[in-house]
Design a protein around this ligand. Structure first.
Ligand SMILES: *Cc1c(COP(=O)(O)O)cnc(C)c1O
Length: 229
């Protein structure tokens, strides 16, 4: 039976191999372990295998886990990667270190206002809907300049980059095109804002193409923690 530690090391070697194929360095691509729906015992197991970055999708579930773990594991970095309703923004502002899915100015304003004064600014990525699918959240690339500047103006937020969930497809050329478009937008953003250095794209199934197209953070859930119920 494989353990969580085994699966983290498999994920790391997939990152290593994908990086090598395109002459990039493994250490330039962070692994975010997506622990949604999984118990804190699994997070601790991953922690003991050296994992420090964890992603959660559901506000209350994340809040609960952070409350249980933060005193004993203060060096865990908590990333919120799910959809967020504005009436729950305070929970994210007060508990998480990173927020990947900002797609509205109003949410950004609230997160900044609600960020506690004793915490460092919340790291923010803008979610982009690169496939333009109606059902997906995220902004169109045409709206990026304006939202980026709005986030940049917020005192308790720091703009760190872009995040996307691309079209679910077997068409690798389409995936590559979408990732390439994101990378292009990312490079422009990076040229404009000093602290931008995160391109959060690539999951269990499309990690190789994402890394080839410049991803700096891949988000892996089931390949580490097993299938979700
Ligand atoms: C669930 C989730 C992941 C991880 O997906 P897996 O298929 O389990 O690897 C990554 N990113 C986001 C935004 C998710 O919601």
């Amino acid at each position: 039976m494989t353990t969580i530690a085994d699966r983290i090391s498999i994920a790391q070697s997939r990152i290593h191999q994908a990086a090598q194929k395109c002459a990039r360095q493994q250490q330039d691509i962070a692994l975010l372990a997506v622990s949604k729906t999984k118990p804190v015992a699994d997070i601790i197991e991953a922690y003991e295998a050296g994992q420090r970055k964890f992603g959660e999708n559901y506000v209350q579930e994340g809040e609960q886990k952070i409350a249980e773990l933060s005193a004993q594991y203060p060096d865990i970095e908590w990333h919120f990667i799910g959809p967020l309703q504005s009436n729950k923004s305070k929970i994210v502002a007060e508990n998480f270190d990173w927020m990947h899915t900002v797609s509205r100015a109003k949410i950004a304003t609230r997160l900044s206002e609600q960020r506690p004064a004793n915490k460092s600014p919340l790291n923010v990525c803008i979610q982009v809907n690169v496939s333009n699918e109606q059902s997906k959240s995220g902004i169109a690339l045409t709206e990026l300049t304006e939202l980026a500047e709005h986030i940049h103006q917020q005192g308790n937020l720091v703009l760190r980059g872009l995040m996307a969930i691309p079209t679910a497809t077997d068409d690798t050329e389409l995936q590559r095109q979408e990732f390439a478009a994101l990378n292009e937008a990312f490079k422009q953003l990076k040229a404009k804002y000093n602290q931008v250095n995160i391109l959060s794209m690539g999951m269990s199934n499309d990690l190789d193409i994402a890394i080839e197209q410049g991803s700096t953070m891949v988000r892996i859930g089931s390949a580490i923690f097993g299938k979700r119920n």
